[in-house]
Design a protein around this ligand. Structure first.
Ligand SMILES: *Cc1c(COP(=O)(O)O)cnc(C)c1O
Length: 397
């Protein structure tokens, strides 16, 4: 094993770098989750989460990976055999669809090229054609982490409204929440699925459902089997500041800290920081001469960028050389993009110089493998330097 000194660069699009402040908040004696101190923590966290999801309704916290919160969204709102509409925007959309099928839902899966987001016109067409209202829910991944494409959720909401269709709108924001603007309530989302290990800057281990009143009403009728994931006992216990089972106490301490960091910086500043780093990354890609996967500028992701390597080169060989020589982890190509693309995560706890180091690592990797490329780093540096006066130099520590 190679010994590296200095910090490892964890630039996969999740899990992301965990700030020292959050690590210190987690590193404390576990408290009694039924004791008098606990409700303060629970109320702080639940209130802070509502601000990040931009909702006044309930947010359910699970000790689980994001995948668990996908399941919770489905089993709380739907019944066996219900028809749902989903879109093949990438690897995560595909996994969520498979879960829906495994749970006994009838999924209509709209094909796509993995280079575009959910097409609002297709949503409108399918719903308009469903005059009997057999479609119970529309499932969309806000930020497709396998492709670096962000779907236009407000346009999807508008499409559902134009079709005057009662379907629920279920949205996965696991890799956008806390990095890209997302408004559960204003955008009329019924269930928003989130996870701890991406924009929220925590280790993996917590997942969330933000829930609308329409989704709560659907939950009264939904007949898919559920027990651990059932919202209603959790919502009742949360009113008293408790959970029905042992929560991930120390992770909640970390979450309280990460929510405080987002509040201190301000969500608008957080989103602007990610937008600027994403633009710098795309400028680097353009100057390297590497094509990015996303085709529509209105759908470029601000939390990660997926880049193709030129024909005849292997994206995983590039990732391997960068890991071995420069101690940086980049995201692998998933599903259809295996070997053809790699992903640079620029979400979460991240600043200008971390991005510079990341882009330098990629450029040195390209040189190591003899992949022809232009001067991407200079192009990104010029953009970062030119816009630095308008941006805070770094995220708060
Ligand atoms: C990471 C991710 C998931 C999966 O989350 P896990 O915590 O690995 O279960 C699902 N959807 C999206 C968009 C993701 O980025």
């Amino acid at each position: 094993m190679t010994i590296h000194s200095g910090r490892h660069f964890l630039q996969i699009p999740g899990p992301t770098n965990v700030p020292d402040r959050v690590l210190r908040a987690i590193d404390r004696p576990t408290i009694d989750h039924r004791g008098p101190e606990f409700p303060r923590l629970a109320f702080d966290v639940l209130e802070g989460l509502r601000a990040v999801f931009q909702t006044t309704g309930p947010v359910i916290v699970y000790p689980s990976s994001g995948t668990g919160a996908w399941e919770a969204a489905l089993v709380n709102t739907l019944s066996p055999g219900d028809r749902v509409l989903a879109f093949d925007t990438g690897h995560f959309a595909t996994l969520w669809r498979k879960m829906a099928e495994a749970l006994g839902l009838a999924v209509t899966f709209i094909p796509s090229d993995w280079r575009h987001g959910v097409d609002p016109a297709a949503v409108e067409q399918y719903l308009q054609d469903d005059s009997a209202h057999t479609i119970a829910a529309v499932m969309a991944v806000h930020n497709e982490t396998s492709t670096g494409v962000t779907s236009r959720i407000p346009a999807i909401r508008a499409a559902i409204d134009r079709a005057h269709h009662p379907a629920l709108l279920l949205v996965d924001t696991i890799s956008s929440l806390g990095s890209i603007d997302y408004r559960h309530e204003e955008w009329g989302i019924d269930v928003t699925v989130g996870g701890s290990q991406k924009g929220l800057m925590l280790p993996p281990g917590l997942a969330f459902n933000a829930v609308s009143s329409k989704a709560l009403a659907a939950a009264e009728r939904a007949r898919l089997p559920k027990s651990y994931w059932a919202w209603s006992p959790i919502i009742s216990a949360n009113r008293q500041g408790f959970f029905p089972y042992t929560p991930a106490t120390n992770m909640l301490c970390g979450l309280r800290e990460s929510l405080a960091m987002l509040r201190e910086e301000g969500l608008d500043a957080v989103f602007a920081r990610h937008a600027r780093h994403a633009e710098a990354t795309r400028r680097a890609a353009a100057a390297w001469g590497l094509e990015i996967v996303a085709l529509n500028p209105a759908e470029y992701s601000n939390s990660l960028t997926a880049l193709f390597v030129p024909e005849g080169f292997d994206a995983d060989a590039l990732r391997t050389v960068i890991l071995e020589r420069f101690d940086m982890s980049l995201g692998t190509g998933l599903g259809l993009l295996k070997g053809r693309a790699f992903r640079i995560g620029h979400l979460g706890h991240f600043n200008d110089l971390m991005l510079c180091g990341t882009l330098c690592g990629v450029e040195m990797g390209l040189a190591s493998l003899g992949i022809p490329h232009g001067d991407g780093v200079s192009s990104a540096l010029a953009y970062l330097a030119g816009t630095a006066a308008h941006a805070k130099a770094s995220a708060p520590v």
